[in-house]
Design a protein around this ligand. Sequence first.
Ligand SMILES: [Zn+2]
Length: 284
Amino acid sequence: MSQYSIGNIEILKVAESVGPTSPKFLFETASYQDIEKHHDWLKPHFVDQTGKLIMSIHSYIIKTRHHTIIVDTCIGNDKQGRHYPPWNNLQGPYLQDLAKAGVPPESVDFVFCTHLHVDHVGWNTRLQNGRWVPTFPNAKYLFNKVEYEHWEKSMEPAEKAVFDDSVLPIMQAKRAQLVAADYQIDDGLVLESTPGHTPGHCSLDISSNGQMGVITGDMFHHPVQIAEHAYSSTFDVNKPLAIKTRRKFCEKYTDRDVRILGTHFAPPSAGRIVEKNGQWRLKV
Ligand SMILES: [Zn+2]
């Protein structure tokens, strides 16, 4: 578990998994050699000794004065039909780890999914007596309306499996609220529209007591994309728009005292965007 604070807002990070992956798994167009020119700032946190990219799948838990909010819910246990077979039937200790971090499921007031991909909605539900039920029984689940309507129509089997076991049961349990891309969750917590990776993708802006941060979601999968906007992930639905969104975001936040919290960035998972030698990078 890692801990951050932005003004009076406390943020915890609970990881479901952290490990290396090849550049090709993530980016169609990037090779080990392409990544190498950024090793001076990517190592040791974001690239390992062999040149592989280190990736994390985690949730951020935000504690404001009033509420506990969980942002993105990883892959989940007992799921089936995933496009990446190792994600089927996981039996991980995520819920125990959340409880150890002082976040039992019933204490969560809001769940916000930056988008509705497989590794961001999994723990929305858990299997109970053969049925998918909301994991966080007292929470209101917030989905961007555009995002929800996009995936609701998908007939691709793996996408439909994700929607049917991790999103639809929330709707059926009447725990979901479809929100606009500029929705304010709480004092100092406002969505920021960052489309491209998916149509209704949203990041989350955090501000408190003069300090600011942003949880990126999958606008970036890896810090190397801060320098290389054109490295679109294999999973970006609209690649040109994803590139444009990354560029716009970096233009807005470079050399500002804004903490960037990556949704797949390996520990320490957070830093500031700075410009060095005419190029943007993440400074931890
Ligand atoms: Zn993701």
